[in-house]
Design a binder for this molecule. Structure first.
Ligand code: PGA
Length: 252
């Protein structure tokens, strides 16, 4: 069952980080050393840093991921970056459909689905994000909204190996607010059930991450909820000390 799934703690740096930020990554790598951290660990820096960061982490326990990609492999798309280009500089995974992409760039479920397929085409894994707004939760529609997003964003051919789901309630992102443990458990069980319904028993091995104001202080409780197989961390992934504090939830 899902408890046997190896967790993933992934840091999403968003539009933060310059060459000098490699110091934080270096500290994470040094602290983790070669011992098993008890989970998989990933940092998704801005695209400008992916190649550089990949050279720093080498074959160590930290993987480098990307935050977005274009759906096409190449062409006349000024300013865009393809999944193949991200693979070329060492990314192993691409986050697709983050709520900031959905809100700020008008990405629909079908765009998100095409981006997940683009990641696979390049030989990479996809982290598909979903999550309800404050209004949607207040209206009692959270489960319905997230279920619908998953059905429309998950491409055919999704497996536990090529796809991770990240549940991120929009109102919890960067706000310091987190859902109750019961709400997290209810949503993650709903997502698990939806995934099993779509792809069958294999979905029991698919990771479902929780994201939204995860910090070292709340990580142990959040990460112990059934069907929570890791975290997608924004703000607290920028500082080695905080990110390592979250990873420690898996290393007790
Ligand atoms: P946060 O962001 O941890 O800063 O709330 C989470 C995310 O957007 O992935």
């Amino acid at each position: 069952m899902s408890d046997s799934v190896r967790a993933l703690v992934a840091g999403n740096w968003k539009m933060n980080g310059v060459i000098a930020s490699a110091e934080e990554l270096q500290q994470m790598a040094t602290d983790l050393g070669s011992a098993d951290p008890g989970c998989e660990v990933m940092i998704c820096p801005p695209s400008t840093l992916i190649g550089f960061f990949q050279r720093i982490v080498g074959d160590g326990p930290i993987e480098i991921g990307a935050q977005d990609c274009h759906v096409n492999e190449k062409g006349a798309h000024t300013g865009d970056i393809s999944a193949e280009m991200l693979a070329d500089v060492g990314a192993t995974t691409i986050i697709v459909g983050h709520s900031e992409r959905r809100q700020n760039h008008g990405e629909t479920d079908s765009t998100v689905k095409a981006k997940a397929e683009a990641a696979w085409r390049a030989g990479l894994k996809a982290i598909i994000c979903c999550g309800e707004s404050d209004d949607q939760r207040e209206a009692g529609r959270a489960l319905d909204i997230v279920g619908t997003q998953i059905r429309a964003s998950l491409p055919e051919g999704a497996t536990a190996e090529n796809t991770t789901i990240a549940y991120e309630p929009i109102w919890a992102i960067g706000t310091g607010k987190v859902p109750t443990i019961d709400d997290v458990a209810e949503m993650h069980a709903h997502i698990r059930g939806t995934l099993v319904d779509i792809i069958g028993d294999g979905a029991n091995k698919m990771r479902i991450l929780y994201g939204g104001s995860v910090k070292p202080g709340n990580a142990p409780e959040l990460m112990s909820v059934e069907n929570v197989n890791g975290a997608l961390v924004g703000g607290a992934s920028l500082k080695a000390e905080d990110f390592l504090g979250i990873i420690a939830a898996y290393n007790r």
